[in-house]
Write a protein that binds this ligand. Sequence first.
Ligand code: LMR
Length: 335
Amino acid sequence: MRKLMILAAASIAALTFVAPASAQSPIVIKFSHVVAADTPKGKAADKFKELAEKYTAGKVKVEVYPNSTLYKDKEELEALQLGAVQMLAPSNAKFGPIGIKEFEVFDLPYILPDLASLRKVTDGPVGAKLLKLLDSKGMTGLAYWDNGFKQMTANKKLVAPSDYKGLKFRIQSSKVLEAQFRALGSIPQVMAFSDVYQALQTGVVDGQENTWSNIYTQKMHEVQKYATVTNHGYIGYIVIVNKKFWDGLPADIREQLSKAMKEATEYGNSQSAKENDEALEQIKKSGKTEIITLTHDQDEAMRKAMLPIYKDVASRVGQPLIDEFLKETGRSPVN
Ligand code: LMR
């Protein structure tokens, strides 16, 4: 049924989006995303809209749909492939179900020590090679947008790896994340982002991992007693556009949109860390969840517990790709 609805929207979109730009009929870019407007992705999307409309002098209209108002996680990727929406920025952890497993390398625990290392990867040859993989799926990769580092939340204090045993954790649709929680003895459950708050509230799952900005804007901290500062993983976004739509744009428009995307990316990526820091402050201020900071030894124990998954997922993600990542970031995952 859902697929039918996506298809119906796609055929309407197919009738409209190829129309040439004119004063009467701007080219419409529907940009769907699953997070709140007041997040790193939400703000970058709004910035892109502002710049795209400015640089094309109104020939392009960008409609941003935040908070899963159009589609949930997996559906939005199908919708993009079918042309029902033109632009998305799904997290790196959401490409497995459409057959691109390589972006899951970003999900490996502790693979990115900081944003500077991340930037080296995304701005360099590895980042470019990964974007190329999208072509065969009818998508063009335009940019990498940050969110930031993930933290663990639950209704139980999470300090030692043994604390995770037997707990149910919501995960994004990534096999690397599944392996991560299995390594801790937890039960991972794939769930769409928009369903997480309710699942935590009703106890369908015991915990989840996310960035401070996502935790705060989805009010997860109101239904989780504890949050542990782990910074164990990263959430970032791949900005993608329907390839047929993109290739069919007049060259000058595509150029103006590329410029808008470049500037929106610079803007968003320069703000993301600050936004996550601010969200953490708001969570602290709310007094609704206890923030747990790990000692050096506790942090080491978490790293050690998760290390085996590098081997477990090597055949899925690709050992050469993992090695390239480690080389770019200049460190092994445990030091
Ligand atoms: C999640 O599903 O937890 C995130 O990918 C949501 C997002 O887009 O940041």
